[in-house]
Ligand binder design. Structure first.
Ligand code: ASP
Length: 396
């Protein structure tokens, strides 16, 4: 059986077992460690994998000017797709109006960690690279690896030992990823079983229209916008790419974390789709951390939903501000579960909406998180394929 099929079976069985275990915490506690170990294994390799792959990637790109060219394309592509996603979300929420006339009990603002636009940019530069690695902060590690790789290209001869080290290290990390990926069906099974077992399916009633708005938006972005771009700009078949990366998308759905999924996305794009390490190693880790189309779309829908529930009229100008801040908030969101929920404070603050509004949508956030993370990873994959094609690569 193919790995993706196995993962799908894992999701299905997880759903069934979760329904059976609903209300039996003891049963759930037996399944939980399997999912936890799977997530831990993925997290264990993220930081070394990013370092190894980005340093070797920059080395094979060769010089700073070429890196700059790929960087510019990547940046533009990611920005355009994210803004498109927000716009789709805004249009839908204005048409469906899921929050109008909804009577929900007063929400309570969850404890939000400090998030400001300034801190998003400041955090890119680590105070201490080992500290950043120990805390699993991806963006500073990317920043450092890019610098390290660039410096290595300049002193290649004198540092040939370091070059050989990183190339070997990268090969080893890919092998480890391969092993961990084989465990995905079990991990995914456990994650879904625990989720369904703990939440059941009651919480969704009153928020159904809101959930549907988000899902329709994500669907339009994933099934129409992104495939069209891939086809028109990259000249590559969306269906074929989906077949290559479906294991990554399914893992993203189950883990709700683009970062945890990154090793698998990497493996799928390089080993199956045939994207060069040179492109994937640069475009993909960056995408996993800053390119979150699903999150951006969700933030826009959620902000307007909250405005509608509180009966707060937002002008066209407000909605433009939401496009900007939702884009920034998605860039700033860490690639971990629920991160988008927290950075939403940026959007709400910018247009003067009450933070308590977040309390209203908390109950259904996990499921939406899974769906938006799947779209995030699909977006990164399409982006990587498009950039690879623009760089003249022939994909499988
Ligand atoms: N969980 C998402 C991700 O990792 C981020 C979010 O919360 O929207 O991509």
């Amino acid at each position: 059986m193919k790995l993706t099929t196995q993962i799908m079976v894992g999701i299905g069985l997880g759903l069934l077992v979760g329904l059976v275990l609903h209300g039996y915490p003891v049963g759930i506690s037996y399944v939980e460690p399997i999912g936890e170990i799977f997530i831990r294994l993925l997290k264990m390799i993220i930081i070394p994998l990013i370092m190894a792959t980005m340093v070797t990637g920059v080395l094979s790109i060769g010089d700073a000017r070429k890196l700059g060219r790929i960087g510019l394309k990547t940046f533009l592509y990611y920005l355009v797709t994210t803004v498109l996603a927000v716009v789709v979300g805004l249009v839908l929420v204005n048409i469906i109006r899921p929050g109008v006339g909804l009577e929900l009990g007063a929400g309570q603002a969850p404890d939000l960690p400090e998030q400001s636009i300034k801190s998003i940019f400041m955090d890119i530069v680590p105070k201490n690279i080992f500290g950043a690695m120990a805390e699993g902060k991806v963006l500073p590690v990317i920043f450092f690896s890019l610098l390290l790789g660039s410096a290595l290209t300049m002193v290649r001869e004198r540092a040939s030992g370091v070059v050989v080290f990183f190339e070997g290290f990268n090969a080893v990390m890919m092998k480890l990823t391969d092993w961990i990926m084989r465990l995905a069906p079990f991990g995914v099974f456990a994650l879904i079983a625990v989720l369904v077992g703990e939440t059941g399916i009651e919480a969704f009633g009153s928020l159904a229209k809101y959930i549907i708005t988000v899902l329709v938006g994500l669907g339009i972005h994933a099934l129409i916008t992104l495939p069209l771009l891939l086809w028109l700009v990259g000249g590559y078949s969306p269906l074929r790419l989906f077949r290559h990366v479906s294991a990554a998308v399914a893992t993203a759905f189950s883990t709700a974390s683009s970062a945890a999924t990154l090793p698998i996305t990497m493996e799928c794009l390089e080993e199956k789709a045939g994207v060069s390490n040179r492109t994937a190693s640069f475009v993909l880790p960056l995408g996993a951390t800053v390119n979150m189309d699903g999150t951006a779309l969700y933030e826009a829908v959620a902000a307007l939903f909250i405005a509608q529930v509180y009966n707060i009229e937002l002008t066209f100008m407000h909605q433009v501000i939401i496009v900007l801040t939702a884009t920034l908030a998605s860039i700033g969101a860490a690639a971990i579960p629920s991160a988008g929920l927290f950075t939403m404070a940026i959007v709400l603050n910018a247009v003067g909406l009450p933070l308590e509004g977040i309390g209203l949508i908390l109950a259904v956030d996990r499921v939406l998180d899974m769906c938006r993370t799947a779209v995030n990873v699909w977006g990164d994959s399409c982006g990587t394929a498009v950039i690879a094609r623009l760089e003249g690569e022939v994909l499988r």
